[in-house]
Write a protein that binds this ligand. Structure first.
Ligand code: SAM
Length: 491
């Protein structure tokens, strides 16, 4: 799996998984792995069985999902599926749909035999998902996969046998209580218009094509990947259907398999007077896919949903993250858990909204939102505060600006934060996200913040901090300031 740097910043497979570790942990995968004389473990991506074993192993070992992938059916690649889910996380977060306090509800159109998107989205984020499927065999397998992984309270599988691709009747009674609306739809549509096109695409890339032959074995039945008119016709129909579903679903999204389809779909959205549009690329290894999102919510003024802005966002994302490496030997926090407690205190002190998006034993990733700049001029604010204390003889009521030095953080655990009722004595609780209307102004800064412990040569490990700008009115340079604040307060 040649993975590249253009993956979503929070995609855990940005760093190629160790096949050696996977082979040690997972017996089924081990049977497909070979080890060379230098001890390097590799696999043959041209064999469908091997791809299947790899996907099953990653789902099992990284996501605790035991998924049956029937022969002759599409084998989903996990890094790509995550790239799509992570993008939806960004859309949901940037639109503040989550902030209404209700759980997230989504619909996966054409969920396939694996039911991969609902399983991953519910396991990873606790989202409530409906997987819709037309093909009976896929439907049965999808249902079994949900039951086998005990996710039936979060994932419902529904048959679609009507003409509509987006049919809101699947929402009726799926969840109790019924949500007022669903947050999003997602779809990996059949890409091809005929079996000939499918064959041609595959062959043209293997013989005299200037493009290199596909690295991976082809998987999937014609039923799954072929539809009349191909993906463009399928998505156009989905756009038409979305008009009728606009009161019940906030964002509609789809993946596209051909670059040439992107401009056609964007043009169609414009023709339908849909102005709230976003697009992105999903990059993983040698394969690129495209994502399109649209919304019918009127006056949905969120810059992350505008196509132009999204292009900028993409450019920003491809820039390397701001990084800080701190050897554990130079750090007061000797365990990863104690460091994380400290980081959370720092984020809370700055009044930043944050939610965990990836978690592992030695790594954690947050999406962080700043509505205001609370990190600049901390020293001056502290001096003013001290002067006030001396003058009045007691701390001022707004003590939030005094919460930033190491010496004070231990007391902070007893001090109510400016979230009002949220006294942060329990540091494991993340602050609740503030309620916001969809039309509320754009945040100053939204960034991904990954902290992990890395093995380094010698006696001590290092803590690595990475901040990746996502969007926000203040521009990307602000993350340097936030990183500086974190550095200053971790000494
Ligand atoms: C390319 S596969 C995607 C499977 C899975 N979501 C994945 O990403 O691996 C497309 C799926 O959509 C299903 N499908 C095609 N038309 C559909 C429709 N109108 N409604 C629901 N599912 C449909 C196919 O049966 C197939 O399982």
């Amino acid at each position: 799996m040649a993975l590249n740097k253009k993956m979503h910043p929070r995609n855990p497979y940005k760093t190629q998984p160790s096949f050696k570790d996977l082979a040690v942990k997972n017996e089924e995968f081990r049977l497909h792995a070979t080890i060379d004389i230098s001890g390097k473990v590799s696999i043959d991506f041209k064999k469908a069985e091997t791809i299947r074993a790899l996907t099953r192993a990653l789902l099992k070992e990284d996501w605790n999902l035991d998924v049956t992938l029937p022969k002759e059916y599409l084998v989903p690649t996990v890094p790509l599926r995550l790239n799509y889910i992570l993008w939806i996380e960004d859309l949901v977060a940037a639109l503040k749909l989550e902030d209404t306090g209700s759980p997230v509800y989504g619909i996966d159109i054409g969920t396939g035999a694996s039911c991969i998107y609902p399983l991953l989205a519910s396991r990873k984020n606790g989202w409530n998902m409906i997987g819709v499927e037309k093909d009976n065999t896929c439907l049965n397998h999808a249902q079994q996969n949900v039951l086998h992984n005990k996710l039936e309270s979060l994932v419902k599988v529904c048959k679609n046998d009507g003409e509509m691709i987006i049919d809101t009747s699947v929402m009726d009674g799926a969840f109790e209580p019924m949500p007022t609306y669903f947050h999003f739809t997602m779809c990996n549509p059949p890409f091809f218009s005929s079996e000939e096109e499918l064959e041609k695409t595959h062959k043209s890339r293997s013989a005299n094509s200037p493009r290199p032959p596909p690295n991976n074995a082809r998987t999937g039945s014609a039923n799954e990947v072929v539809v009349e008119g191909g993906e463009v016709a399928f998505v156009h129909k989905m756009i038409d259907d979305s008009q009728q579903a606009k009161d019940k679903i906030r964002i509609f999204t789809t993946m596209l398999g051909h670059k040439s389809s992107v401009s056609k779909v964007l043009k169609y959205l414009k023709e339908k007077n849909i102005s709230e549009i976003a697009s992105t690329e999903f990059c993983q290894g040698h394969t690129t896919r495209w994502g399109i999102a649209w919304s019918h919510v009127e006056k949905l003024t969120c810059e992350s949903l505008s196509a132009d802005n999204f292009v900028d966002q993409k450019k920003q994302k491809s820039k390397p993250p701001v990084r800080h490496v701190l050897p554990t030997s130079n750090c007061a926090f000797k365990t990863f858990d104690s460091l994380m407690e400290k980081v959370k205190i720092l984020l809370k002190n700055l009044d930043l909204q944050f939610r965990c998006v990836i978690k592992d034993v030695k790594s954690i990733g947050y999406q962080v939102t700043a509505l205001n700049n609370t990190w600049s001029n901390q020293r001056r604010k502290r001096r003013d505060e001290q002067r006030m204390i001396k003058k009045v003889g007691q701390p001022s009521e707004d003590s939030s600006s005094t919460k930033c030095t190491n010496s004070q953080t231990e007391q902070i655990t007893e001090v109510p934060t400016s979230h009002g009722t949220n006294s942060s004595t329990d540091l494991t609780d993340e602050p609740p996200l503030k309620k916001a209307k969809l039309t509320e102004s754009v945040p100053l800064l939204v960034f991904g913040f990954i902290i992990r412990e890395e093995e380094t040569e010698g006696d001590s490990n290092s803590y690595v901090f990475e901040m990746s700008w996502l969007h926000g009115s203040g521009g990307k340079d602000l993350i340097h300031q936030v990183m500086q604040y974190v550095k200053n307060n971790l000494k």
